[in-house]
Design a binder for this molecule. Structure first.
Ligand SMILES: Nc1nc(=O)c2c([nH]1)NC[C@@H]1CN(c3ccc(C(=O)N[C@@H](CCC(=O)O)C(=O)O)cc3)C=[N+]21
Ligand SMILES: [Mg+2]
Length: 286
């Protein structure tokens, strides 16, 4: 049996179309055009590609594009002032500070200058706390997009075994929490896990966000599992993930490709969060 492909490109396109139509309705009823402010520091080529994709997708969905690009040698106070200006700017519904930042900048302090209602990346300490308590709030885009992918398979998550590899603040941490909120039995594995295959072989849902190219192969995948590959690495053979696709797809029931899996869902979810943010601010201004 070969796995069915979880086509993130197609599922993200459908989500972007739905968001675009809801944005048009929102503009019609409120007169407010949602705005997304992306903040890019420096010239990292991958970050430039991602930010360009986010801006283009926003415009295509009827969201206003407010971009700030600052030099790599910017100091902490300058970028703090930019974020504070965006925080008070009524044209801005959502603020996304593209990561990683140059190491001498204090990312956490800068992210926490984003008001919770404009935190479309779900990365502030407050948004993380709301998720930890299962209270309503903006959720990080990648795990939220992955939940949409898993739901597209139609599998029943209640009582299922889920394994997340990785515990980052951007992906693995919030992913485990969101799967728990859907009543799965969640295990988090990471670089210190002794016997990875022993843990992953029971997974009905396996989310791989380890940042290690080709970490997961045939010996890790339970028959029929949903396998989500968050990894994205440049290699001689183009982009590859954390999962050896050729091997894992022989056993998985569903599997995401790289590219065309999680990446497009991250961007579509960012647009969804920007609309949610605009709705919150229309109801109760920041
Ligand atoms: N504050 C912040 N929020 C983020 O959400 C964030 C971030 N910083 N820093 C970096 C990571 C990475 N990320 C991706 C988004 C889209 C694709 C994407 O569209 N990938 C395409 C391929 C793109 C390509 O060709 O390189 C795909 O997988 O099909 C990938 C990765 C968001 N991130
Ligand atoms: Mg890790």
């Amino acid at each position: 049996m070969m796995a069915q492909i979880l086509d993130g490109t197609a599922i993200a396109r459908a989500l972007r179309t739905r968001v675009a139509s809801e944005v048009a309705d929102f503009v019609g009823t409120t007169g407010i055009v949602p705005g997304l402010a992306t903040v890019l520091v420096g010239e990292d080529p991958a970050s430039q590609v991602y930010v360009r994709n986010k801006r283009q997708s926003a415009v295509a969905a009827g969201i206003r594009d407010l971009h700030r690009h600052v030099d790599a040698d910017v100091d902490q106070e300058t970028i703090a002032a930019i974020i504070t200006e965006l925080a008070h700017n009524d044209a801005v519904s959502g603020i996304l500070l593209q990561l990683p930042l140059p190491g001498r900048l204090d990312s956490k302090r800068l992210i926490n200058l984003i008001p919770p209602m404009k935190d479309v990346d779900g990365l502030t300490t407050l948004s993380a706390g709301l998720l930890a308590r299962s209270e309503p709030g903006l959720r990080p885009c990648t795990p939220s997009g992955i939940m949409s992918l898993i739901d597209a398979t139609g599998i029943d998550l209640d009582g299922a075994d889920a394994v997340v590899i990785g515990r980052s603040e951007l992906v693995g941490g919030p992913m485990a929490r969101m799967l728990l909120d859907r009543n799965t039995t969640v295990t988090t594995a990471h670089s210190h896990t002794r016997d990875l295959a022993a843990v992953t072989m029971s997974a009905d849902v396996l989310v791989v966000a380890a940042g290690v190219p080709g970490l997961i192969g045939a010996e890790h995948v339970k028959s029929g599992a949903v396998v989500i590959d968050v990894g994205i690495h440049h290699s001689e053979n183009g982009l590859v993930g954390d999962v050896r696709f050729d091997e894992a797809s022989k056993y998985a029931g569903w599997i995401t490709p790289v590219p065309g899996g999680v990446g497009p869902m991250t961007i579509a979810t960012l647009l969804e969060n920007t609309l949610i943010a605009a709705r919150m601010q229309a109801a109760r201004p920041v």
